[in-house]
Design a protein around this ligand. Sequence first.
Ligand code: PLP
Length: 429
Amino acid sequence: MLIKKDYEFDRSHIWHPYTSMKKPLQCYQVVSAKGCRLKLDNGKYLIDGMSSWLSVIHGYNHPRLNCAIKTQIKKMSHVMFGGITHPSAITLCRKLIDIMPSSLECIFLSDSGSVSIEVAMKMALQYWLGNNQNRQKFLALQHSYHGDTFAAISVCDPNNSMHHLWKGYVNKNYFASVPICNFSDDWDIKYFDHFAFLIKKHHKNLAAVIIEPILQGAGGMRIYHYKYLQLVRKYCDIYGVLLIADEIATGFGRTGKLFACEHANIEPDILCIGKALTGGTTTLAATITTRKIANKISNSQANCFMHGPTFMGNPIACAVAAENISMLQNNDWINQVDNIEKQLRKNLLPLKLLHQVSDVRILGAIGIVETYKLINIITIQKFFVEQGVWIRPFGRLIYITPAYTIKQEELEKLTKSIKLAIENPLNFL
Ligand SMILES: *Cc1c(COP(=O)(O)O)cnc(C)c1O
C-alpha cells in the first residue's frame, strides 16, 4: 500500500526529465544500486545499460568514490569559493591539467553540463570584447545537443530543441550539416562543404564554433568522421574563430580515447566536461581554456570573468572527481572500453540484417541501434524491465552506454534484450 502511495505522489507532484505532469510516463523506483545493477522496490534487479546517462563509468556504489565523499564530508561539505579556496579544488584542478592537452590550463568549475556551456559561450563573447570586437554569433552542427539552458539551447539543433517554442528568447545561430560517417567509412571532402561555406560567409560575426567531437549525443547518437573534426580546427584557425569542444558526453574514455578530440589529434580553445567527471556520483562540470583567452577576457570592460555560482567548486564534488581521475589514471579503462567495443561489434553489428534496423553504430563503450519505425517508449520500457535490463531508448534509437566495469555476461544480456525488443512489433508505433 505504502509503495502505491509513493508512486501516486511521484506521479502527481514530481516532474521527471522531458515529461508531462498531466500524462506522466511510468517510473520505476530504484532503492539501491551496485556495480552494474539497479535494485527495484519489488526486490528485482536490472542490469544497467545506461550508466545514468554516461556518468557512472566505474559502476554504482564504488568503494573508492564513496570513501572520497565520506572523507571530505568529515572535513566540510561546502564552503563558498569567493575569496576562499580549498585542497579538494586544488587537487582536482591539478589532475585536470595533468590529463588535458597542454594548452588548456585555466579552469572554471560549475554545477552542471549546461552551465559549463553557458560559461564557455560567455568566455568566447568576452574574449572578443577584450579584443574590441563585438562578435555575437555561434556556428554549431545540425543534430547537436549542448544542454537545456537558454544559451545552450541556441546552439542545439533547432528541430530537436524546438527553437520555435522559444522564439524571441533564443538567439539565432548557424548550423552546419554533418555526415553520418563511421570510422571505417570513406571520407569525402564534400561532407565539409556546408561548414566551409558558413564559416567563410559569417566568420566576422562568429565568436566561436561549438561542437561535440566525434559523437553527437542526445541530438541523435551520430558518429562522424575524425577528418571533419580536423577540418573544423583548420578552418577555425584560418578564419580566426574560437573552437569550443563539448566533451560532456564523450570525455573520460567513453569513445576509446580519454577525450574524443584525440581521435583527430586536435586541441580546442575551450573545453567543457561534465557527466562522468565525478564518476556519476554528484553534479559537477568544468570549462577549461587557454592562458591567452583567459587574459583577453580580463581585458574586456568587465576586467574579470562574469560568472560565479553559489556552489562553485563544491568540496565534495571536487574530492570525488579527483578520486575518479586517479582511478582513470590506472588506465584500466583502456582495456575495459576496448573489450566492450569488441563485444558490441560482435553482438550488435549483426542486427543490421534485421529488417526493422536502419543502422548500427559502435564507438568505444557506445552501442547504437537505429530503427526505421518510431519506438513505443511505453511498451519497450516495460519489455526491457521484464527482461531484467535498464535501457531507455528515444525516437528511433536504442542505445547502450554501460559502465566500463560491466561484466561480459551482463553486456551479453543487454545486447540479447535489444535483439528481442526489436523483434517484437509491439515495441514500435
Ligand atoms: C548532457 C550533456 C549536456 C548537458 O549537461 P547537463 O549536466 O545535463 O546540464 C551538454 N552537452 C552534452 C554533449 C551532453 O551530453
